[in-house]
Design a protein around this ligand. Structure first.
Ligand SMILES: [Zn+2]
Ligand SMILES: [Zn+2]
Length: 151
């Protein structure tokens, strides 16, 4: 049996049109944020295309480098937060986003700067909001994958 990634990929590939700017669009779908249905579930294509083609999960928002909302070329999409949402989340949670010493968290424990592109906001079990560093998450996932390869 095919997994959902292969199923969606074949649905998308069947309708793929590449524009002169190298954007990937659906032949028969002119909505602003194209989607596909699979097994009764709705998938916004720009949110899943990086996972399907590059194995990279989107944690925040799927933003377009090309400013073409219909595009789902994984190279044109990055995981980030619209600067307004980011500042909003920061403002709302500023008091909670502190280090043990009481200073604001501007970098992760490994020294990466928190920016709209590198920050994941998440809720802890006790409901508190915290920040996570996407560079570190990517590094951990990579290490996991390397460990899984047996020599
Ligand atoms: Zn594009
Ligand atoms: Zn980090």
């Amino acid at each position: 049996m095919k997994n959902w990634i292969d199923e969606i990929k074949s649905k998308l590939e069947a309708q793929k049109v590449i524009t002169s700017k190298d954007c990937w669009q659906l032949r028969n779908n002119n909505t602003r944020y194209p989607y596909v249905w699979l097994n009764g579930q709705y998938y916004q294509i720009s949110r899943i295309t990086k996972e399907i083609y590059q194995g990279i999960k989107i944690y925040n928002h799927a933003l377009h480098k090309c400013d073409n909302e219909k595009c789902w070329n994984p190279d044109h999409i990055f995981d980030g937060m619209p600067i307004d949402n980011y500042n909003d989340a920061l403002k709302k949670n500023r008091s909670k986003l502190k280090n043990k010493g009481g200073t604001e968290k501007f970098t992760c424990i490994n020294g990466h700067k928190f920016t709209p592109e590198t920050t994941v906001f998440y809720k802890k079990k006790n409901g508190q909001i915290n920040k996570n560093c996407k560079i570190c998450i990517a590094q951990r996932n990579l290490n996991k994958r390397i460990r899984r390869v047996k020599l």
